[in-house]
Design a protein around this ligand. Structure first.
Ligand code: NAD
Length: 504
């Protein structure tokens, strides 16, 4: 990781113009190891001047990068892909140390991020436009896609590698220069990605990083040279990013929070549904935007399903991500762990049943930010555990009488990121896919994160903007189209004609 040694310790530096750049603001945040509860280093927070410097570096690099041949851009991305693969262990270690997720999960994240680089390697094909010959006599019309200029990405703590790769792979491949503001809680992996891109041959200034908080973000949103902003994070901030960026005339895609429902119909295979609920509810300590948060158990399925979930969840080994036997790590910060745990008391007070209380695990008494898997039964709309995004290892079960009641709950929910149905009935699954007002749907698949050649995005309060992230819509987001109408007339046939051009 690019760091600077100072008299007070190690500081994670920005990356501007192809090299580490020490923060000038005098403001720092702690970089914590959630598994030990100890501080590892400091993160230098960008000032407005630091952010301006990053944007200026990107602006200077843009003209030459935009003119670079597509085959050369693809060559750099292919090399970047190889370098990520070669360094995946180091990347995963940084992710696990700063975020807390297990090494297996960190490797999974790197692999899913890599898919986005692989998609972007196909940029010569992705930027092909349409061509119409003889739209009129001797007139051809064609569409080309051109980069926007300097574009920015602002990313959350829960995917320190994958989400930056969702954005920067396509943005750079399309010929833009990119400024990334990663989560200040997990800054290390993106610095390593910047180093690898340089090693892959990316010209200096095409990718720049600034670490920090609202100061850096607000400068990105205000800066006149930034043409588009991609954001992934919580809903209130996503809404703020969308409103501020659009007011400032920028293109924006802002992905927000989630409350993902898993609908289990009475004919579902109980063991398969329980395996999926536990994996998707407690994987990454529930800190995935596609994690299952609510189980809608229809009719008689509730009792056997809850028994099967309880049996599985109590066997999950919670521990530091660096221990290969750990299946679930700590949460990101002490404050977040305490907030997640507070939902358990509130659920009891509101009349739900805390069936498994993760606070009873002795690990919660240690310095790391642990909370073992927890299960709330008899949750209902109007209760905090149902109404709010918990973003931790707490699953809530809502018992419903019918499919109609279940679909109504999902569709009335203000979030619409992901959802899943578990059933053995193809017709029921198809009806669910038709009815549900959610952007990403799984049929017997609990975390339906689309592959890189589709696009990722929720509906309702889970996405502000028009285009989803990565895949074909990512290419659309990072380019604007130009339509050219072209004629090569014989000069001898030229004449003045004030009529409106007609095609027939
Ligand atoms: P967050 O919204 O707190 O932070 C995201 C980014 O915004 C960070 O870079 C942070 O520095 C910045 N930020 C925070 N507060 C800000 C403010 N007041 N002004 C300007 N910038 C600010 O989110 P998080 O806690 O890092 O991540 C967890 C959230 O992200 C969850 O809500 C989760 O559902 C969501 N998420 C969504 C997706 C998705 O694809 N929809 C994916 C991952 C995470």
């Amino acid at each position: 990781m690019a760091t600077v040694e100072t008299s007070t310790g190690t500081v994670v530096s920005h990356w501007i113009g192809g090299k580490p750049y020490a923060a000038t603001s005098g403001r720092f945040g702690p970089l914590m190891n959630p598994a030990t509860g100890e501080q590892i280093a400091e993160v230098g927070f960008a000032s407005v001047g630091d952010a301006d410097h990053a944007v200026a570096s990107a602006k200077a690099a843009f003209p030459e990068w935009r003119a670079t041949a597509l085959s050369r851009r693809a060559e750099i991305l292919f090399r970047f892909r190889e370098l990520i693969a070669q360094n995946k262990q180091q990347i995963a270690e940084i992710v696990s140390r700063e975020n807390g997720k297990t090494m297996a999960d960190a490797h999974g994240e790197v692999a899913r991020g890599l898919e986005n680089v692989e998609f972007a390697c196909g940029i010569p094909n992705l930027l092909k436009g349409g061509y119409t010959e003889q739209a009129s006599r001797g007139v051809d019309v064609y569409q080309i896609r051109q980069p926007l200029g300097v574009v920015a990405g602002i990313t959350p703590f829960n995917f320190p590698v994958m989400v930056p790769l969702w954005m920067l792979s396509n943005a750079i491949a399309c010929g833009n220069a990119f400024v990334l503001k990663p989560s200040e809680k997990v800054p290390g992996a993106s610095v390593l990605l910047a180093q690898l891109l340089k090693e892959a041959g990316l010209p200096d200034g095409v990718l720049n990083l600034v670490h920090g908080d609202k100061v850096a973000v607000d400068r990105i949103l205000d800066h006149p040279d930034i043409k588009a902003v991609s954001f992934v994070g919580s809903t209130p901030i996503a809404k703020y990013i969308y409103e501020t960026s659009t007011r400032n005339g920028k293109r924006v895609q802002a992905l927000g929070g989630a409350k993902n429902h898993m609908l289990v119909l009475p004919d579902a295979d109980i063991n398969m549904a329980a395996d999926a609920a536990v994996s998707a509810g407690y994987g990454a300590a529930g800190e995935r935007c596609m994690a299952i948060s609510v189980i809608l158990a229809v009719g008689t399925v509730a009792e056997p399903l809850i028994d099967a979930i309880r049996e599985r969840m109590t066997k999950i080994k919670v521990g530091p991500g660096s221990d290969p036997s750990s299946e679930m790590g700590p949460l990101i910060t002490r404050e977040h762990r305490d907030r997640v745990a507070s939902h358990l008391d509130k659920a009891t007070a509101e009349g739900a049943t805390v069936t498994v209380d993760g606070r009873k695990n002795p690990l919660t008494k240690q310095k790391g930010f642990y909370l073992a898997p927890s299960l709330i039964d008899n949750a209902k709309p109007g209760m905090q555990c149902y109404d709010q995004e918990i973003f931790g290892p707490v699953l809530s079960v809502v018992r419903v009488d019918s499919y109609a009641e279940a679909i109504n709950l999902i569709n009335e929910n203000p979030f619409g990121n992901g959802t899943a149905v578990f059933t053995q009935n193809g017709g029921a699954a198809r009806q669910f896919q038709f009815d549900v007002e959610v952007g990403m749907v799984g049929i017997n698949v609990p975390i339906p994160v689309p592959v890189a050649y589709y696009s990722f995005g929720g509906w309702k309060n889970s996405l502000f903007g028009d285009l989803h992230m990565y895949g074909p819509e990512g290419v659309q987001f990072y380019t604007r189209s130009k339509v050219v109408t072209s004629r090569w007339p014989n000069p001898s046939s030229s004449k003045v004609d004030l009529g409106f051009p007609q095609m027939r």
